[in-house]
Design a protein around this ligand. Structure first.
Ligand code: S3P
Length: 438
């Protein structure tokens, strides 16, 4: 099993270019495949998750050249041009691929089956299959409402106006993609703002998306027109370095061209509220998405009560933020984040267990966590288990910057799902990380 052995202490300096945004990379393949014309993608994340989406579309007859240094050319087959895959579509660890594809496949004239790895096969899928059933889709899940998902063709999907019970961009995007195949306008309302990459990219591809506050509608039968996609650096991957450089002594790190879509910047707001020194410079547009260069320097962090509105805007960054909280003065309290329990792992339980190994007191709550920061005192060293969760592995790797002894992080192979080359980039910036087998 792949592991990271990280030497204690050290700092992060220089410039780190983190790979392309995972959410946007998945969507670029999907919309590019369904578009009329060729779509060129630059900055594509060559991680296992987005490569699984790419492979799924290849097996539905879409010709895709690349990826080569993050560059792809997708020969769009048009809205009705996908072909029946000859085998189940295996999306590995990728929840975004499974949930978005489920919506898209529900509207196809052929049967298909979506399968995933052990972690993905434990994650809830009724949140997409139930509203899709209301649209008339025919999808079978395993008994627990989990993958595999067997999708059978229906003659016509019906549009719905759906109020999501959970704030989920994957559910929203799934229904919008199904809506392209429905008989009228499909509308989705969200209880809190979630990432809006699908809406932005649909608009770029010429789809008349209507957006009113927390409600979005797409017209049934819309056709998409190919458009170039420039994928920004992933703020979710940058988050590990933002936290690492905040907690390390003497750090000064620049992260260029990071996506700062307002629906993704919870990590910046939360870290700044904790006292982090992060400068956002050179704001510009990267296609439909705003980007900026982020410069982060060491800071004395303060525990905070995390504002509820920031939770969906930082949903993937909590493993890293919990490490920041562990190094802060005083207590950090997170509530309203039960979604963390159904990510690639139960991120509340797994982070609390790992923090305990490092001598950090953390109380597990039903919907969050209470962390007692160690302030100026170092974290302990020791062995932590990531439970195959990429973000937990990278968060604990950064914790070593403030540890008094080496940290061993076990089960790290899935870092490749979102951040291939993480260890090498981290070493370049100064982290004493070694890949090992443990
Ligand atoms: C994603 C949405 C979020 C996020 C996931 C990517 C997306 O999931 O956690 O990593 O690309 O739409 P939820 O929609 O389940 O919150």
């Amino acid at each position: 099993m792949r592991a990271y052995r990280i030497a204690p202490g050290g700092t992060l300096r220089g410039e780190v270019r983190v790979p392309g945004d995972k959410s946007i990379s998945h969507r670029a393949i999907m919309l590019g495949a369904l578009a009329d014309g060729d779509t060129t993608v630059t900055g594509f994340l060559e991680g296992a998750d987005s490569l699984a989406t790419l492979a799924a579309f290849r097996s539905m007859g879409v010709a895709i050249e690349g990826p080569e240094a993050g560059r792809l050319r997708i020969r769009g087959v048009g809205r009705d041009g996908l072909r029946a895959p000859s085998a189940p579509l295996d999306v590995g660890n990728a929840g975004t691929a499974m949930r978005l594809l489920c919506g898209l496949l529900a509207g196809q004239p052929f049967a298909s089956k979506l399968v995933g790895d052990a972690s993905l096969s434990r994650r809830p899928m009724r949140r997409v299959t139930e509203p899709l059933a209301r649209m008339g889709a025919d999808i079978e899940t395993a008994e627990a409402g989990t993958a595999p998902l067997t999708i059978r063709p229906v003659s016509q999907l019906e549009s719905i106006d759906y109020a999501m019970p959970v704030a989920s961009a994957q559910v929203k995007s799934c229904l919008l993609l199904a809506g392209l195949y429905a008989d009228g306008d499909t509308c989705v309302s969200e209880p809190a703002v979630t990432r809006d990459h699908t809406e932005r990219m649909l608009a770029t591809f010429g789809c008349r998306v209507r957006r009113e506050r927390q409600r979005v509608c797409v017209p049934g039968g819309a056709r998409l027109t190919a458009a170039p996609v420039e994928v920004p650096a992933d703020i979710s991957s940058a988050a590990f370095f933002l936290v690492g450089a905040s907690i390390a002594d003497g750090a000064d790190l620049t992260l260029p061209a990071v996506g700062i879509n307002p629906t993704r910047v919870g990590v910046l707001h939360i870290l700044k509220a904790m006292g982090a020194d992060i400068a956002v410079a050179n704001r510009r547009q990267c296609g439909a998405e705003p980007v900026a260069d982020l410069r982060v320097r060491s800071a004395r962090l303060q525990g905070i009560e995390i504002p509820a509105a920031q939770v969906p805007l930082a949903i993937d960054e909590f493993p890293a933020l919990f490490v920041a909280a562990a190094c802060a003065d005083g207590e950090t309290l997170l509530t309203g984040a039960e979604e963390l329990r159904v990510k690639e792992s139960d991120r509340i339980a797994v982070m609390a267990a790992g923090l305990a190994q490092l001598g950090v007191a953390a109380e597990v709550l039903r919907d969050g966590i209470r962390i007692q920061g160690r302030g100026a005192a170092p974290l302990g060293g020791g062995s932590v288990d990531s439970h195959g969760d990429h973000r937990i592995a990278m968060a604990f790797a950064m914790a070593a910057l403030r540890a008094s002894a080496p940290i061993l992080v076990r089960d790290c192979a899935n870092v490749d799902t979102s951040f291939p080359g993480f260890a090498a980039l981290a070493v370049g910036a100064g982290l004493g990380i070694d890949e090992a087998v443990a």
